[in-house]
Design a protein around this ligand. Sequence first.
Ligand SMILES: [Zn+2]
Length: 385
Amino acid sequence: MTLAIGVDVGGTKVAAGVVDEDGRIIAKLKRSTPAASPARTEQAIADAVTELLASCQGQVTAIGIGAAGFVDSARATILFAPNLAWRDEPLKQRVEERLGREVVVENDANASAWAEARFGAARGYRDLMLVALGTGIGAAILIGGELYRGRWGMAGEPGHIRVVPEGRLCGCGNRGCWEQYCSGNALVAEAREFARRTPEGAMRLLQLGGGVPEGISGPVITRAATEGDPAALRCFQIVGGWLGQGLADLAAILDPACFVIGGGVSEAGDLLLDPARAAFERALTGRGRRPLAEIRVAQLGEDAGIVGAADLARVSSQAAPIQSTAAARQTTALQTTAPSSSSGPPEPGSFIRSTSMANPATNAATAQNAAIPDTDQPAAVATTR
Ligand SMILES: [Zn+2]
């Protein structure tokens, strides 16, 4: 049994754990993040890893970091992190210098999606999307069992799709972004606004929130809704409705088999997902004539980032180095265009097979595909193996 260490770096805390091959955390610790200082955050990461390494006596084969920020396509540099002081920060290099060991860096939502696909709510699915509702929307895309990162590592930010022209102002500077209507913050804003406008209808929410609208938090709304409070249920209806409509738009692009809904808001379970499923079915193009994607609650909770970062690092360490994989994929794209000019585009399946044979470095991607068990798409496996 080999072990891997996963580190989840957020705006307020560094959580690290030792994870076995079945995705179980066997040791775990937390540190607060000195968010204002890149160097001190990196030291906190290195200290946490060092402490865990000391406890497992050389059984750790890989170390992965899931970071709340935009990770570049080489998975080495954090280009920008909204809640940390990282700007063009060479995180991989800085942590490796401190540890004297290789580390793998990944976006935290990507790490969580990987964990849910391997060990959690989306086990067995190869085409899926994680949508995590918190302060905003965190998201990640898996296509054919592989994380889809985009050309520059920026893929999977649907929180900033504009759903309302000239709508609510978003932290990104645009107006009407999806996460302004569908997130933990949106849920709380909805409840507080209702309590201000109609205090007599929001008595339970106000009671649980200490008597003032500002005291109404996400957990307060979930608790009131669980008790059957109509005002709280209405807030979940509204946010769930926005969620379902947005998922229908995403299905129009990606046609995934499964959506995994994570983040604090998802702890309300079907109180959120029932209205989301109803809105999804109403808004989906071709409804009634196509299979419906599953909409499920994430299973791994706050551990998903640790488990996913560790498992991605373990999978990478067993295959080719990540950098060569990225380079191989670019070559792959260039090769596709060449034959298509003379003899039409090649079959995707035959093309993937020929590049894996021609270039062993692409085996990292193949190993990742093989790592996720297939249940829903046998055809996809046949072409990528
Ligand atoms: Zn935005």
